[in-house]
Design a protein around this ligand. Structure first.
Ligand code: SF4
Length: 338
């Protein structure tokens, strides 16, 4: 019983320290707790949503064969509703938001994600705002308008061989994914955004030696994921992909890592580390629980609040910390040596 008043006091304190724009959402979160203290029993608070991945769209212009967030719906929240949800998350303790998809720059030609990035930095004063994108739709004008509000831009790149990219499904027509990468890196440098790379290691790129190209691009972090199967997304009856042929063994993954051991910014994520250590919000702002190998949604935070929905997220806070989920994630704290 002591846990609840203590948690409530902490929440009240946080609310009073929050920027004004967040205050009303903070109070909206204090009230349900207060009701519990005033005589109604119920479970204790869930984990804090310190770092959230918001997949606001499932639509994408690529067709990667292992994609585990496929275009099962084309639903996207109106901008104001998305802002409302983000403010609720901030009030509940969010420090980092990552916008993802689908392809985030597809919605309203990048204006949607640009406005959310600006809102999170300017209004919510979030320490870290980042985007994961395949990079194919980003224009320099976007950096001019919104670059100052973005801490990190992570671009997905699984191979420096265009033929391999084509085999994977990462690409569109004749556009070169690799050439585009150089351009994006240059814009990140010019507009003061930290440049990050994400690679999914799979059957088609597991033998590749990427040392030279990664060193030349010099990202702040290079996240290297082991290809993951999610029932209903990239494997199983209702899935839009058949990713079995992309899967590699733990030993294969280790060999790839060993080949790249001299790259200091590498951050490996095996299936074991990835599993349950991400807080994922889908296009309806529902937490997705992956504990059973498939994505089971909670109710939307917009309907039931963050505190309630997060209890169904399956989030493993300990694994999040163990995989180094908390790092220097604000560009103000990074030494961007461009
Ligand atoms: S770019 Fe990302 S979202 Fe699009 S198909 Fe590939 S993995 Fe899926």
């Amino acid at each position: 019983m002591l846990r609840l008043p203590l948690a409530l006091a902490a929440l009240l304190l946080r609310a009073l320290r929050s920027p004004l724009s967040v205050l009303r959402w903070s109070l909206a979160h204090v009230w349900p707790r207060l009701r519990l203290v005033l005589g109604r029993s119920g479970p204790g608070p869930g984990p804090t949503p310190t770092s959230v991945n918001y997949h606001f769209t499932r639509r994408c212009n690529y067709k990667c064969g292992f994609c585990f967030h496929t275009a099962k719906t084309s639903f996207e929240l109106p901008l104001e509703e998305a802002r409302r949800g983000l403010a609720m998350l901030r009030a509940a303790g969010m420090e980092k938001i990552n916008f993802s998809g689908g392809e985030p720059f597809l919605t309203d030609r990048g204006e949607f994600v640009g406005k959310l990035v600006q809102f999170c930095k300017q209004e919510l004063k979030l320490p870290s705002v980042s985007i994961v994108s395949n990079g194919s739709l980003i224009r320099e004008r976007w950096f001019k308008n919104y670059g100052e509000y973005l801490d990190i831009l992570a671009i997905s790149c699984d191979s420096f061989d265009e033929e391999v990219n084509a085999l994977i499904g990462r690409g569109q027509g004749k556009k070169s994914h690799v050439e585009n990468l150089q351009k994006l890196r240059k814009w990140c440098q010019e507009y003061g955004v930290a440049f990050k790379l994400n690679s999914v290691i799979n059957r088609f790129n597991v033998e590749e030696d990427m040392n030279e190209q990664i060193k030349a691009l010099n990202p702040v972090r290079w996240k290297v994921f082991q290809c993951l199967l999610i029932d209903g997304e990239n494997v199983g009856e209702n899935a839009l992909r058949e990713a079995e042929k992309f899967v590699i063994s733990d030993e294969d993954f280790e060999r790839f890592l060993d080949r790249h051991r001299d790259i200091s910014c590498i951050v490996p994520e095996s299936n074991q580390k990835m599993k349950d250590s991400y807080l994922i919000l889908d296009e309806y702002m529902r937490f997705l629980n992956c504990r059973n190998g498939r994505k089971e949604p909670s109710k939307s935070i917009l309907d039931v609040g963050v505190e309630h929905a997060i209890k169904f997220s399956g989030f493993d806070e300990e694994m999040f910390l163990k995989r180094g989920g908390k790092y220097v994630w604000s560009k103000a704290d990074m030494k961007l040596e461009w």
